[in-house]
Design a binder for this molecule. Structure first.
Ligand code: PMP
Length: 376
């Protein structure tokens, strides 16, 4: 099996699976005062320290969630709720994940003026455009660091550094899901008040993630109840999933740059091999994260191509897993020509991907080109 859909999800590592299994045995509730509870709490604290360390944060700045969708919703709605009496503007981009886009749609319905920054003619989000969209009336600005459909890296750190100096009260949020453990991330240089992370994109389990909230920043909770996570995120913590998350982080925390360089060499190889085939168009570029690559096979429908590759045990995605075969509005925003939109597939690598995987992929893409019907 050749799995090239790592931006949708990754295969959990052995260490992560065994951490989940071991923690299932330790079934105490971390809020219980007896020794089973204390044992579970120790696992929780250890995991929190590992996640904090991975982004240069302190333990008290990390809140566990059910994944990045919840982290994004919590950050955006929390910031809006905190500031809505004084600030009625919210800024984001047109190329965010739906868990951000739809949260901003809701802010708009609730009376916020939402500004959505689009990529420029070169298909890049300009830091100056983000900066200029923010004013004294802005409650929240939220931008992703790496786009999940084409790997484009946004200049968020640069933009946020200016914004935080000019408007210290405006809250800044980054969806770091596709960057985490792939680019070296440190909260100090990202200039973000809040950062969303997800475990299942880094060889951890699904259903767990984290929200970093910078010390001193206070937003209201999204989930209320029993007061877990310092009353910020109620609900009994899933110790097994959290331990699986931290085991995945422990495995990846070293050699981020070396792995990046390895995956970069795969990206160059993929692009070289694609350029040998006249029928393949590359939507991404070498400036994009090498982990996420968007290509189109002229005249072939993405979904047909995806299933053809699947028959040969090669797994890719059409656009993003969340767009489920619909024409990607994100790629349109990135100025991908309409003739390529229906023919786009996403090749997303992990540390385990190889050149041999790419050779097999190209071989089957060429076969598809010869044997499948073209779109008129
Ligand atoms: N943001 C981005 C950029 C993503 O790629 C994803 C996953 N598709 C999410 C947020 C949502 O993450 P989760 O599945 O953990 O809710």
């Amino acid at each position: 099996m050749i799995y090239l859909d790592n931006a949708a999800t990754t295969k959990p590592s052995e260490a992560s699976v065994s951490a989940v299994m071991n923690a299932l045995e330790c079934f105490g509730n971390p809020s219980s005062l007896h020794k089973l509870g204390v044992e579970a709490e120790k696992l929780l604290d250890k995991a929190r320290a590992a996640i904090a360390d991975s982004i240069g944060a302190t333990d008290s700045e990390i809140y566990f969630t059910s994944g990045a969708t919840e982290s994004n919703n919590t950050a955006i709605f929390g910031a809006a709720k905190k500031l809505y009496k004084r600030k009625k503007r919210a800024v984001t981009t047109t190329i965010e994940h739906p868990s951000v886009t739809k949260a901003f749609d809701r802010l708009e319905e609730d009376g916020f003026e939402v500004v959505r920054i689009a990529p420029n003619d070169n298909g890049e989000i300009d830091a100056a455009d983000i900066i200029n969209a923010v004013d004294d009336n802005t409650a929240i600005v939220s931008c992703m660091l790496v786009n999940n459909e084409n790997g484009r890296i946004l200049p968020v750190d640069k933009a946020f550094s200016v914004i935080k100096k000019r408007y210290p009260q405006t809250l800044t949020h980054i969806d770091c899901v596709q960057a985490y453990m792939k680019l070296p991330l440190k909260v100090k240089t990202l200039n973000a008040d809040m950062i969303s992370l997800s475990a299942h994109k880094i060889h951890g389990p699904k259903g767990v993630g984290a929200l970093f909230i910078k010390k001193g920043v206070v937003i209201p909770p999204y989930l209320v109840g029993g007061g877990q996570e310092k009353a910020f995120r109620s609900g009994t913590e899933s110790i097994p999933l959290i331990c699986g998350f931290s085991a995945a982080v422990d495995e990846l925390k070293c050699n981020i740059t070396e792995r990046f360089d390895y995956v970069k060499s795969l990206q160059s190889y993929l692009f070289d091999r694609c350029s040998e085939c006249d029928s393949i168009h590359i939507n991404s570029s070498s400036a994009c994260s090498p982990y996420v690559n968007s290509i189109a096979v002229k005249g072939l429908k993405s979904e047909v191509l995806l299933h053809f590759l699947e028959e040969h045990d090669i797994f890719v995605s059409s656009g993003s897993a969340c767009s489920k075969g619909k024409k990607s509005s994100v790629l349109q925003e990135f100025k991908v020509e309409s003739k390529y939109l229906d023919s786009t597939i996403r090749i997303s690598f992990s540390k385990d991907s190889t050149k041999e995987d790419i050779d097999k992929l190209i071989e089957k893409l060429c076969l598809a080109e010869k044997t499948l019907c073209k779109i008129k």
